[in-house]
Design a protein around this ligand. Structure first.
Ligand SMILES: C[S@@+](CC[C@H](N)C(=O)[O-])C[C@H]1O[C@@H](n2cnc3c(N)ncnc32)[C@H](O)[C@@H]1O
Length: 283
């Protein structure tokens, strides 16, 4: 078994069904502008996007990098790759990026690509990886001295819907435990700076990208739907773990549906975001 196939059994909780791809696409519409603002690209960058999914944000970065730049997306799942290429072609942007099949734990880079990127980026990836430090090490090796590594991820301890939907605590705990059962870290968000520091990066910075909303705001229905769809998509993992029975699962989903329509509802949540630079030689 080669190192590529060792990691291909899926520990990825969300899958790549058409419903999940619709959710991921909507999430991109909600977050991409704010995520791009944090990145602060100047143009001309060579960018590596690890776990690029449907490639929407890879294309946002490529557009900002402009003609002098380049973006390469690495994605393990063939269905995600196919959809990323279809969306790029539909947008007339097939030439803008390259999407390459491969594993974040064993990046499929050519020898002349290692150490050449100005930026290696991964969003919503590390939470699905049992050894996130290995991915960060690969990203560091892909970046030139002085280049940046940017990681943005969930911290499931930070989700606060209010008024608390009926059964929310139970379903959320069961969802979080389903991550842990796969050997992944549902609380990776708070560890991002620690991981960048352990990887030897310097000039580390952290911030949060707001991903909540309240009833009546333009994006509330979309963020509420995102929350509900991850729980619907992960139903088998949630109820198979003996933390929640099926009846309680459906009661909790009903509670969230009522919460979504309540004019006093709010979701307080933000994406954890951190960056660090690869030290220049001798630094
Ligand atoms: C939640 S999606 C995020 C996609 C994209 N980064 C975004 O923010 O829209 C995570 C993606 O990582 C991919 N993935 C999970 N584990 C991976 C691995 N070990 N190597 C490469 N891709 C992986 C999944 O197939 C999925 O497309």
């Amino acid at each position: 078994m080669n190192s590529q196939s060792q990691h291909t059994s899926s520990d990825y909780i969300h899958g790549s069904s058409p419903e999940e791809q619709r959710r991921l696409s909507l999430l991109n519409e909600l977050l991409n502008q704010a995520s791009a603002r944090e990145l602060g690209l100047r143009g001309g960058e060579r960018i590596l996007d690890v776990g690029s999914g449907l490639g929407q944000f890879t294309r946002v970065m490529a557009r900002t990098a402009g003609a002098g730049g380049r973006a390469l997306g690495i994605e393990r799942d063939h269905a995600q790759l196919a959809e990323a290429n279809r969306l790029a072609s539909k947008a007339g942007e097939s030439e803008l990026t390259e999407f390459r099949q491969g594993n974040a734990l064993d990046l499929p880079l050519r020898s002349d690509e290692w150490g050449s990127f100005d930026l290696a980026h991964a969003r919503f990836l590390l939470e699905h990886i049992s050894d996130p430090m290995s991915v960060i090490s690969q990203m560091v090796d892909a970046v030139r001295p002085g280049g940046r590594v940017v990681v943005a991820d969930d911290d499931h301890g930070d989700f606060r819907p209010w008024p608390e939907p009926d059964g929310f605590h139970g379903i959320w705990q069961a969802y979080v435990r389903s991550y842990e059962r796969k050997g992944n870290d549902p609380y990776i968000g708070r560890r991002l700076v620690f991981l960048l520091h352990e990887a030897g990066l310097c000039s580390i910075r952290n911030t949060c990208v707001f991903f909540g909303g309240c009833a009546g705001s333009e994006t509330f229905m979309a963020v509420a739907d995102n929350l509900i769809s991850v729980l619907i998509g992960a139903k088998e993992d949630i109820v198979s773990g003996e933390f929640l029975d099926e009846a309680s699962y459906f009661t909790s989903i009903d509670g969230l549906m009522r919460w979504k329509e309540d004019p006093s509802s709010a979701l307080w949540y933000s994406l954890c975001w951190a960056e660090g630079s690869v030290p220049k030689d001798g630094a």
